[in-house]
Design a protein around this ligand. Structure first.
Ligand SMILES: [Ca+2]
Ligand SMILES: [Ca+2]
Length: 320
Protein backbone atom coordinates (compact mmCIF):
# COMPACT_ATOMS: atom_id res chain seq x y z
CA UNK A 1 0.00 0.00 0.00
CA UNK A 2 1.05 3.54 -0.64
CA UNK A 3 -0.30 7.07 -0.33
CA UNK A 4 -3.74 7.65 -1.98
CA UNK A 5 -4.53 3.93 -2.06
CA UNK A 6 -8.04 3.09 -0.84
CA UNK A 7 -8.56 0.00 1.29
CA UNK A 8 -12.02 -1.53 1.71
CA UNK A 9 -12.70 -3.01 5.14
CA UNK A 10 -15.61 -4.62 6.94
CA UNK A 11 -16.62 -4.62 10.56
CA UNK A 12 -18.50 -7.88 11.21
CA UNK A 13 -20.81 -8.13 14.21
CA UNK A 14 -21.45 -11.80 14.71
CA UNK A 15 -24.39 -13.77 16.08
CA UNK A 16 -26.16 -12.96 19.30
CA UNK A 17 -26.46 -16.29 21.07
CA UNK A 18 -28.35 -14.88 24.05
CA UNK A 19 -32.11 -14.99 24.51
CA UNK A 20 -32.25 -11.20 24.69
CA UNK A 21 -32.10 -8.51 22.10
CA UNK A 22 -28.83 -6.66 22.24
CA UNK A 23 -27.98 -3.18 21.07
CA UNK A 24 -24.35 -2.20 20.42
CA UNK A 25 -22.44 0.92 19.52
CA UNK A 26 -19.60 0.05 17.16
CA UNK A 27 -16.80 2.59 16.98
CA UNK A 28 -13.73 2.68 14.68
CA UNK A 29 -11.27 5.46 15.61
CA UNK A 30 -9.66 7.26 12.67
CA UNK A 31 -6.48 5.25 11.96
CA UNK A 32 -3.16 7.09 12.02
CA UNK A 33 -2.00 7.63 8.43
CA UNK A 34 -5.47 7.28 6.86
CA UNK A 35 -8.90 8.93 6.66
CA UNK A 36 -12.37 7.41 6.20
CA UNK A 37 -13.25 7.90 2.55
CA UNK A 38 -16.53 5.99 2.45
CA UNK A 39 -18.76 4.00 4.82
CA UNK A 40 -22.23 2.54 4.94
CA UNK A 41 -24.83 4.87 6.33
CA UNK A 42 -26.92 1.91 7.40
CA UNK A 43 -27.10 1.28 11.15
CA UNK A 44 -26.84 5.08 11.67
CA UNK A 45 -23.35 5.12 10.24
CA UNK A 46 -21.69 8.45 10.94
CA UNK A 47 -18.43 10.19 11.83
CA UNK A 48 -18.43 11.43 15.38
CA UNK A 49 -15.53 12.61 17.54
CA UNK A 50 -13.04 11.53 14.88
CA UNK A 51 -14.44 8.00 14.88
CA UNK A 52 -16.74 6.06 12.59
CA UNK A 53 -19.79 4.87 14.54
CA UNK A 54 -22.75 2.58 14.00
CA UNK A 55 -25.63 1.33 16.12
CA UNK A 56 -26.33 -2.37 15.69
CA UNK A 57 -29.34 -4.17 17.12
CA UNK A 58 -29.07 -7.93 17.25
CA UNK A 59 -32.29 -9.79 17.93
CA UNK A 60 -32.39 -12.61 20.46
CA UNK A 61 -30.65 -15.75 19.22
CA UNK A 62 -29.72 -14.05 15.98
CA UNK A 63 -27.41 -16.25 13.95
CA UNK A 64 -26.61 -13.82 11.16
CA UNK A 65 -23.64 -11.49 10.90
CA UNK A 66 -24.10 -7.76 10.50
CA UNK A 67 -21.57 -6.47 8.01
CA UNK A 68 -20.55 -2.80 8.06
CA UNK A 69 -18.55 -1.69 5.02
CA UNK A 70 -16.11 1.20 5.10
CA UNK A 71 -13.13 2.46 3.12
CA UNK A 72 -9.98 4.18 4.30
CA UNK A 73 -7.74 6.34 2.14
CA UNK A 74 -3.99 6.30 2.86
CA UNK A 75 -2.86 9.91 3.34
CA UNK A 76 0.16 11.43 1.62
CA UNK A 77 2.49 11.76 4.57
CA UNK A 78 1.75 8.43 6.21
CA UNK A 79 4.88 6.84 7.62
CA UNK A 80 5.99 3.44 6.32
CA UNK A 81 4.76 0.60 8.50
CA UNK A 82 1.42 -0.91 9.44
CA UNK A 83 -1.82 1.12 9.51
CA UNK A 84 -3.56 -0.01 12.65
CA UNK A 85 -7.35 -0.20 12.49
CA UNK A 86 -9.07 -0.87 15.80
CA UNK A 87 -12.70 -1.28 16.72
CA UNK A 88 -14.68 -1.19 19.94
CA UNK A 89 -18.10 -2.63 20.62
CA UNK A 90 -20.12 -1.29 23.55
CA UNK A 91 -23.33 -2.88 24.74
CA UNK A 92 -25.79 0.01 25.07
CA UNK A 93 -28.84 -1.41 26.81
CA UNK A 94 -27.26 -3.08 29.80
CA UNK A 95 -25.76 -1.55 32.87
CA UNK A 96 -22.25 -2.47 34.08
CA UNK A 97 -21.08 -3.68 30.74
CA UNK A 98 -17.59 -3.25 29.52
CA UNK A 99 -16.32 -2.12 26.18
CA UNK A 100 -15.14 -4.97 24.00
CA UNK A 101 -11.88 -4.38 22.10
CA UNK A 102 -11.21 -7.02 19.49
CA UNK A 103 -7.63 -7.35 18.34
CA UNK A 104 -6.56 -4.50 16.08
CA UNK A 105 -6.22 -5.14 12.38
CA UNK A 106 -2.66 -4.50 11.15
CA UNK A 107 -2.89 -6.14 7.74
CA UNK A 108 -2.48 -2.84 5.89
CA UNK A 109 1.17 -1.99 5.36
CA UNK A 110 2.53 1.24 3.96
CA UNK A 111 5.53 -0.13 2.17
CA UNK A 112 8.84 1.54 2.89
CA UNK A 113 12.49 0.87 2.19
CA UNK A 114 14.68 -0.65 4.89
CA UNK A 115 16.93 1.61 6.88
CA UNK A 116 20.65 0.90 6.77
CA UNK A 117 23.15 1.93 9.43
CA UNK A 118 26.82 1.26 8.79
CA UNK A 119 29.61 1.48 11.37
CA UNK A 120 27.12 2.52 14.07
CA UNK A 121 26.88 5.94 12.48
CA UNK A 122 30.61 6.62 12.97
CA UNK A 123 31.46 7.56 9.40
CA UNK A 124 31.81 5.73 6.12
CA UNK A 125 35.54 6.22 5.47
CA UNK A 126 37.92 3.48 6.49
CA UNK A 127 41.62 2.76 6.27
CA UNK A 128 43.35 -0.60 6.12
CA UNK A 129 46.77 -1.87 5.11
CA UNK A 130 46.96 -4.06 2.01
CA UNK A 131 46.02 -7.75 2.50
CA UNK A 132 44.58 -6.98 5.92
CA UNK A 133 40.96 -7.58 6.94
CA UNK A 134 38.48 -4.86 7.77
CA UNK A 135 35.27 -5.65 9.68
CA UNK A 136 32.53 -3.04 9.47
CA UNK A 137 29.36 -3.49 11.54
CA UNK A 138 25.95 -2.71 10.07
CA UNK A 139 22.29 -2.95 11.01
CA UNK A 140 19.16 -2.91 8.87
CA UNK A 141 15.55 -2.52 9.92
CA UNK A 142 12.45 -2.63 7.81
CA UNK A 143 9.36 -0.60 8.75
CA UNK A 144 7.16 -3.46 7.58
CA UNK A 145 9.19 -6.22 9.21
CA UNK A 146 10.16 -7.51 5.76
CA UNK A 147 13.16 -9.75 5.21
CA UNK A 148 16.13 -7.62 4.20
CA UNK A 149 19.05 -8.75 2.05
CA UNK A 150 22.34 -6.85 2.09
CA UNK A 151 24.57 -6.73 -0.97
CA UNK A 152 28.00 -5.14 -1.22
CA UNK A 153 29.44 -4.27 -4.61
CA UNK A 154 32.77 -2.64 -5.33
CA UNK A 155 32.49 0.30 -7.71
CA UNK A 156 36.16 1.27 -8.07
CA UNK A 157 39.72 0.26 -7.31
CA UNK A 158 41.69 -2.97 -7.19
CA UNK A 159 39.29 -5.82 -6.52
CA UNK A 160 38.90 -6.76 -2.88
CA UNK A 161 37.32 -9.91 -1.51
CA UNK A 162 34.10 -8.88 0.28
CA UNK A 163 31.65 -10.92 2.31
CA UNK A 164 29.00 -10.14 4.84
CA UNK A 165 27.20 -11.95 7.58
CA UNK A 166 24.16 -10.77 9.53
CA UNK A 167 26.08 -8.11 11.42
CA UNK A 168 29.30 -7.29 9.61
CA UNK A 169 30.72 -6.44 6.23
CA UNK A 170 34.13 -8.11 5.94
CA UNK A 171 36.56 -6.62 3.44
CA UNK A 172 39.87 -8.35 2.69
CA UNK A 173 42.03 -5.58 1.30
CA UNK A 174 43.80 -6.33 -1.97
CA UNK A 175 47.54 -6.29 -2.53
CA UNK A 176 48.38 -2.86 -3.89
CA UNK A 177 51.53 -1.31 -5.26
CA UNK A 178 50.71 2.16 -3.97
CA UNK A 179 48.13 3.72 -1.64
CA UNK A 180 44.67 3.49 -3.19
CA UNK A 181 41.08 4.26 -2.22
CA UNK A 182 38.47 1.68 -3.16
CA UNK A 183 34.71 2.35 -3.10
CA UNK A 184 31.79 0.07 -2.28
CA UNK A 185 28.02 0.39 -2.59
CA UNK A 186 26.11 -1.28 0.21
CA UNK A 187 22.44 -1.92 -0.55
CA UNK A 188 19.68 -3.18 1.73
CA UNK A 189 16.75 -4.63 -0.23
CA UNK A 190 13.41 -5.76 1.20
CA UNK A 191 11.03 -8.40 -0.16
CA UNK A 192 9.32 -5.77 -2.36
CA UNK A 193 12.55 -4.49 -3.95
CA UNK A 194 12.49 -1.32 -1.85
CA UNK A 195 16.15 -0.35 -1.46
CA UNK A 196 18.44 1.85 0.56
CA UNK A 197 22.04 2.30 -0.59
CA UNK A 198 25.08 3.73 1.18
CA UNK A 199 28.54 4.21 -0.23
CA UNK A 200 31.68 3.56 1.77
CA UNK A 201 35.32 4.20 0.94
CA UNK A 202 38.34 2.25 2.06
CA UNK A 203 41.82 3.74 1.85
CA UNK A 204 44.16 0.79 1.24
CA UNK A 205 47.69 1.72 2.25
CA UNK A 206 50.70 0.09 0.69
CA UNK A 207 52.83 -1.80 3.20
CA UNK A 208 56.52 -0.99 3.57
CA UNK A 209 58.35 -4.31 3.92
CA UNK A 210 60.90 -4.62 6.73
CA UNK A 211 64.51 -3.76 5.91
CA UNK A 212 67.43 -5.82 7.18
CA UNK A 213 69.85 -3.20 8.55
CA UNK A 214 72.79 -5.25 9.79
CA UNK A 215 73.98 -8.84 9.98
CA UNK A 216 76.60 -10.23 12.32
CA UNK A 217 77.99 -13.56 11.13
CA UNK A 218 81.51 -14.95 10.54
CA UNK A 219 82.48 -15.38 6.92
CA UNK A 220 84.49 -18.50 7.70
CA UNK A 221 84.52 -21.19 10.34
CA UNK A 222 85.92 -24.62 11.00
CA UNK A 223 83.86 -27.74 10.49
CA UNK A 224 81.98 -28.65 13.68
CA UNK A 225 82.63 -25.20 15.13
CA UNK A 226 79.82 -23.27 16.84
CA UNK A 227 79.21 -19.85 15.33
CA UNK A 228 76.93 -17.01 16.39
CA UNK A 229 74.68 -15.24 13.91
CA UNK A 230 72.49 -12.24 14.65
CA UNK A 231 70.77 -9.57 12.58
CA UNK A 232 68.70 -6.42 12.94
CA UNK A 233 65.84 -5.08 10.88
CA UNK A 234 63.53 -2.09 10.95
CA UNK A 235 60.07 -1.27 9.57
CA UNK A 236 59.03 2.13 8.29
CA UNK A 237 55.47 1.50 9.44
CA UNK A 238 56.59 0.63 12.94
CA UNK A 239 55.19 -2.89 12.61
CA UNK A 240 56.15 -5.58 15.08
CA UNK A 241 58.67 -7.86 13.38
CA UNK A 242 59.12 -11.62 13.51
CA UNK A 243 62.67 -12.89 13.03
CA UNK A 244 64.00 -16.31 12.23
CA UNK A 245 67.28 -17.92 11.19
CA UNK A 246 66.93 -21.21 9.31
CA UNK A 247 63.34 -21.46 10.62
CA UNK A 248 64.53 -21.12 14.20
CA UNK A 249 62.68 -18.22 15.84
CA UNK A 250 64.66 -15.18 16.92
CA UNK A 251 67.10 -12.66 15.50
CA UNK A 252 70.16 -14.46 16.88
CA UNK A 253 71.38 -17.96 17.54
CA UNK A 254 74.31 -20.37 17.78
CA UNK A 255 74.78 -22.88 15.02
CA UNK A 256 77.23 -25.76 14.59
CA UNK A 257 78.94 -25.79 11.23
CA UNK A 258 78.51 -29.12 9.47
CA UNK A 259 81.31 -31.64 9.14
CA UNK A 260 80.70 -32.05 5.44
CA UNK A 261 80.79 -29.59 2.61
CA UNK A 262 82.73 -26.46 1.96
CA UNK A 263 80.14 -23.91 3.06
CA UNK A 264 76.96 -23.59 5.13
CA UNK A 265 74.00 -21.36 4.28
CA UNK A 266 71.78 -19.63 6.80
CA UNK A 267 68.49 -18.01 5.76
CA UNK A 268 67.70 -14.89 7.77
CA UNK A 269 64.02 -14.05 7.60
CA UNK A 270 62.01 -11.13 8.94
CA UNK A 271 58.32 -10.41 8.41
CA UNK A 272 56.00 -7.60 9.48
CA UNK A 273 52.84 -9.70 9.28
CA UNK A 274 52.34 -8.68 5.66
CA UNK A 275 55.62 -8.98 3.80
CA UNK A 276 58.55 -11.31 4.43
CA UNK A 277 62.13 -10.35 3.62
CA UNK A 278 64.91 -12.93 3.53
CA UNK A 279 68.64 -12.86 3.08
CA UNK A 280 70.98 -15.83 2.85
CA UNK A 281 74.32 -15.76 4.71
CA UNK A 282 76.98 -18.22 3.56
CA UNK A 283 79.80 -19.27 5.88
CA UNK A 284 82.82 -20.87 4.25
CA UNK A 285 84.05 -23.95 6.05
CA UNK A 286 87.80 -23.57 6.14
CA UNK A 287 89.32 -26.70 7.59
CA UNK A 288 88.50 -30.07 6.15
CA UNK A 289 86.50 -32.09 8.64
CA UNK A 290 88.85 -34.40 10.61
CA UNK A 291 87.88 -38.02 9.98
CA UNK A 292 87.83 -38.85 13.71
CA UNK A 293 87.80 -35.32 15.09
CA UNK A 294 85.01 -35.63 17.60
CA UNK A 295 85.98 -39.22 18.49
CA UNK A 296 89.54 -38.10 19.31
CA UNK A 297 88.19 -35.41 21.58
CA UNK A 298 86.16 -37.94 23.53
CA UNK A 299 89.16 -40.24 23.88
CA UNK A 300 91.24 -37.47 25.34
CA UNK A 301 88.59 -36.84 27.98
CA UNK A 302 88.50 -40.49 29.01
CA UNK A 303 92.28 -40.60 29.14
CA UNK A 304 92.39 -37.59 31.47
CA UNK A 305 90.02 -39.27 33.94
CA UNK A 306 92.00 -42.47 33.77
CA UNK A 307 95.26 -40.73 34.63
CA UNK A 308 93.75 -38.97 37.60
CA UNK A 309 92.40 -42.23 38.99
CA UNK A 310 95.80 -43.82 38.74
CA UNK A 311 97.53 -41.00 40.57
CA UNK A 312 94.92 -41.14 43.35
CA UNK A 313 95.51 -44.88 43.79
CA UNK A 314 99.25 -44.36 44.03
CA UNK A 315 98.75 -41.69 46.61
CA UNK A 316 96.65 -44.03 48.74
CA UNK A 317 99.22 -46.78 48.70
CA UNK A 318 101.87 -44.47 49.97
CA UNK A 319 99.77 -43.37 52.94
CA UNK A 320 98.67 -46.87 54.08
CA1 LIG B 1 9.65 -2.74 3.50
CA1 LIG C 1 55.57 -2.70 7.31
Amino acid sequence: MAANDVVSLQAIIQENNTAQERSYEISVPMPVGAVFSDFTSQNQGRIENNALKWEVVKSANSTSDTILDFDILIVDDSAPGPITVSLTSELLDREFTSVFNPESFTGIQIEGAPTLSINNGNGLSFEVRETQQLTIPFTTTDPNGDNVILTVSQTSGTTANVQNNENNIIINAPNVTEDETIIFNVTATDAFENQTTSSLSVAVTNNNPPVIDSISAPSTGAAGQSINISFNASDEDGDALNFSINQSQGSSGSFILPNTGTSASFTLSVDDGIDTVTQVVTVTITTPPPSSGSGGGAMQWYLGVFLILISLLRLKRKTV
